[in-house]
Every structure is written in structure tokens, then in C-alpha cells.
Design a protein around this ligand. Structure first.
Ligand code: FAD
Length: 400
């Protein structure tokens, strides 16, 4: 009989898995269920804030997957029953599976910052899912008076895209440098260190006067009292245990957990979904594979490249098991580019292998690292074009 795979969520992990399942075994029936008719990528969405890119340029339909023979259903999954091996949707449909892939992305811990909730987020956007809130934040930046103040509340680890809040500050500074040169961007952070910090500081120093009295960007670490505890939406004031910060434009990126369907389907322990890192099969329910941001995939970061890499490992494992074989030990790859300013790109890369005894994914020594400090302008410029070409490649690999 034809084997059936149901994929929940058509983001990076889900779309890649659906496509590669069909490529590995064209005899499989693969159904992808996604809540939205189009995918809008978060990666590169900080460029919408600087005005370098439109949201439309980040939005893609699912015809590419349909051309690979994937059945695409636009509906929201409401439940997954691991006993009857069925998936239910809000639209009242039910799908049976031999294997189910779940890649729903993140949800927010709304209770973490007093005064912040889904309604307030319409005015004080998180913009941590690219979409209408990205455009709201862009409009607020355009409307901000010269000399205005932008506040960014960064989340505690682990969260989607560790370098993302700092790239966001950089892209906003890139816009302000030309249009509001006396603006200030203050990052309030519960953490004392962040991804690619050395390279960010180098770029901010060169481009935005970081460290000087006139710096456009300020970073307030956890030790300095950067953890935001509450917001007063009326006055756009963020409270920390040390002081209050009032902003003209405020962006709160709340702490995160696995997407809601992962909780509804009993796939979560703590905030994230534990998996066997050899296959990405859930540690809680057999024949369900959890990928991407929702999974607990330490030491891989929550990134698009990571989700794409994990999806191929899971697809290969599912196909191997359908033919009665156990999959080989996998390797994984991740690269994250960040665009700090005009002609100034930085990156971090790693190749990983499985430490099966500890169910851990470990970077292979000397396989990657961050791009060099004090690199030539030529290399920094090249990293921007690498970032853009990575974007086209990953979209192509997951959707086309
Ligand atoms: P997602 O891509 O978020 O996809 C989840 C999908 O599941 C969504 O389409 C959602 O609608 C759907 N879904 C959820 N629940 C249901 C349900 N119940 N029923 C049906 N569908 C459902 N990564 C990089 O590698 N490089 C970068 O440069 C980079 N930049 C970033 C910049 C920003 C500002 C942000 C916010 C993120 C960035 N990322 C980057 C991270 C990247 O976007 C995520 O890590 C990646 O999208 C994770 O893929 P995923 O499949 O886990 O989830």
C-alpha cells in the first residue's frame, strides 16, 4: 500500500521535508497542511525595516511543492492523534498517516512581560513573524521624529534567530543614518552576551560610532539591568528593575516556546519538543518527527538553515524506515549571515555531527566559526552578496 506522510506547517522545515520526501521516494503520498496560503520568510525581513526590501519579495506560494507532487492543504491543524495516527484540522478534515512531520515554528510566552499581549502587539509590534507587523514597525520608523528613540527588547535564550535582534538594530541604524541621523537605538537585553557579538561591535563601531558619546546604537546587557519586566503601552515605556525607558518606537521580541500545535499534540517537555537527534523523531510519540524551531536540537541554533538541514535528515530517516532500514548517523550544517550595514556582512557557520551517546548535535572542531575580525572592505561587501545568494538558494531548496 502507498505510505502516507502528513507534514504540519509549510515553513522552512515542513516545506523542505515535503519536497525531499517526494524526491527520495516518488511513490510516497505527501500532504502538507499549512495555515496560510503563502509563506513569508522571516529571514531577510530586517531588510524591510531599513527600506532595502519589500515584504512582497519575501512572500512565496506553494505551487513549486505542488509540482513535486505534494498535496498542499491550506487549513490549520488542530490536533494530532498518535494512537489512531490521524491529523485533524480546524476545517473539519482528518488525514491518516504512517509518519507525521511537525514543523510549526515558535509561539510566544505572552505572560513574560507584564502589559504585553497579542492586542498590544498590534501597536507595539514584535515583528518576529514577518508580515503585517513588519510593515507596522517600518511605518513607525518612517513617522518617528528626527532625534527619536527606538527601543528593542531582546529575548532570553533560546529563541528563533539568535543574531536577529542585533541585525534588526543594525538595519534600523542603517535607515536612520540617512534619514534621522540623530536617532538612538537602545537594545534592552536580559543576556550578557549575544551571537556574533565581536563582529557586531566591530561593525557598529565603524558604521554607527558605537562606544562613543554619539553612538547611534546602545546595548544594555542583563547585568546592566537590560531585562524588560513590563510595558506601559500608552506611554511606550519599558520597565526594567533598574530604570524606565521611554521610546518613540518600541519593538518587543518576547521570550519563546514551541508553536501551539506542539503543545496540543503533547510533543513538548518544558518549552520545546525533545527528539532523537539521529532522526528527529519525537521522544514522546513514535512516528512523529519534529523539526526546526519547535524542536530541542541543541547545539544547533533555531535558524532557517538548521531547519532545512534537519528536514533532509528526517526525510531520509522516514524513507529508510519505510523500507525496513535504520538510517545512518547524520551530519548537519548551518550558516547565518547578518547584514550590519551597507556593504558590511558578517557570518557564522558550522558543520555538525551526532554524538549519539549523549543525544547531542556537536559542531565538528574547525569546521566553521565566525567570519574574520577586521576583514577587508571587499570581504565584508562579499558577505552581503553571499547573504542574498543564500536567501535565494534556501527558498529555492525548500519551495521550488
Ligand atoms: P517557520 O518557518 O516559522 O514555519 C512554521 C510554519 O508552520 C508557518 O508557516 C506557520 O503558519 C505554520 N503553522 C504553525 N502552526 C500551524 C498549524 N497548527 N497548522 C498549520 N500550519 C501551522 N534563519 C536563518 O537561517 N538565517 C537568517 O538570516 C535568519 N534571519 C531571521 C531574521 C528574523 C527577523 C527572524 C525572526 C528569523 C530569522 N531566521 C533566520 C530564522 C528562521 O526564520 C526560522 O528559524 C525558520 O523559519 C524556522 O523554520 P520552521 O519550519 O521551524 O518554522
Amino acid at each position: 500500500a502507498t505510505r502516507r506522510v502528513v507534514v504540519v506547517g509549510g515553513g522552512v522545515g515542513g516545506a523542505t521535508a515535503a519536497k525531499y520526501l517526494r524526491k527520495l521516494d516518488p511513490g510516497l503520498s505527501v500532504t502538507l497542511i499549512e495555515a496560510k496560503p503563502n509563506y513569508t520568510s522571516c529571514f531577510m525581513s530586517n531588510e524591510v525595516l531599513s527600506g532595502d526590501r519589500t515584504l512582497d519579495s519575501l512572500t512565496f506560494g506553494y505551487d513549486g511543492l505542488r509540482n513535486h507532487g505534494v498535496e498542499v492543504v491550506i487549513d490549520r491543524v488542530s490536533g494530532i492523534d498518535p494512537v489512531s495516527k490521524t491529523v485533524q484540522t480546524d476545517g473539519g478534515k482528518e488525514f491518516s498517516y504512517d509518519a507525521c512531520v511537525v514543523s510549526p515554528g515558535i509561539g510566544f510566552k505572552w505572560e513574560a512581560i507584564e502589559g504585553y499581549d497579542e492586542n498590544v502587539a498590534e501597536e507595539i509590534p514584535h515583528a518576529w513573524y514577518a508580515g503585517p507587523q513588519t510593515l507596522t514597525l517600518r511605518r513607525q520608523l518612517e513617522a518617528m521624529p528626527e532625534g527619536g528613540k527606538v527601543l528593542i527588547a531582546a529575548p532570553q535564550n533560546p529563541f528563533k534567530c539568535p543574531p536577529g535582534p542585533y541585525e534588526r538594530a543594525s538595519q534600523i541604524a542603517m535607515y536612520c543614518k540617512h534619514h534621522k541621523p540623530r536617532a538612538k537605538i537602545i537594545i534592552l537585553d536580559p543576556k550578557d552576551a549575544f551571537s556574533k557579538q565581536g563582529l557586531y561591535v566591530e561593525g557598529w563601531t565603524k558604521l554607527y560610532g558605537y562606544g562613543s558619546d554619539n553612538s547611534m546604537i546602545e546595548w544594555v546587557s542583563g547585568a546592566e539591568g537590560g531585562a524588560v519586566e513590563a510595558v506601559d503601552p500608552g506611554t511606550r515605556t519599558l520597565q526594567t528593575f533598574v530604570e524606565d525607558f521611554q521610546g518613540d518606537v518600541v519593538n518587543i521580541i518576547p521570550p519563546q516556546k514551541a508553536g501551539a500545535i506542539a503543545f496540543a499534540a503533547d510533543l513538548v517537555e518544558g518549552d520545546w519538543c525533545p527528539v532523537d537527534k539521529r532522526t528527529f523523531e519525537s521522544s514522546r510519540h513514535k512516528d512523529i518527527y519534529v523539526l526546526g524551531d519547535a524542536s530541542s536540537a541543541s547545539k544547533m541554533p533555531k535558524s532557517a538553515y538548521a531547519a532545512n538541514s534537519q528536514a533532509k535528515v528526517a526525510a531520509a530517516a522516514i524513507v529508510a524506515r519505510f523500507s525496513g532500514q535504520e538510517p545512518d548517523d547524520p551530519t548537519f550544517v548551518n550558516t547565518c549571515y547578518s547584514i550590519v550595514g551597507e556593504d558590511f556582512g558578517i557570518s557564522v557557520a558550522a558543520v555538525y555531527s551526532l554524538d549519539a551517546a549523549n543525544n547531542s548535535i556537536e559542531p565538528i572542531p574547525n569546521s566553521g566559526g565566525v567570519s574574520p575580525a577586521n576583514a577587508s572592505p571587499e570581504l565584508r561587501k562579499r558577505e552581503v552578496s553571499y547573504a542574498h545568494s543564500w536567501f535565494s538558494n534556501v527558498i529555492n531548496d525548500m519551495m521550488e
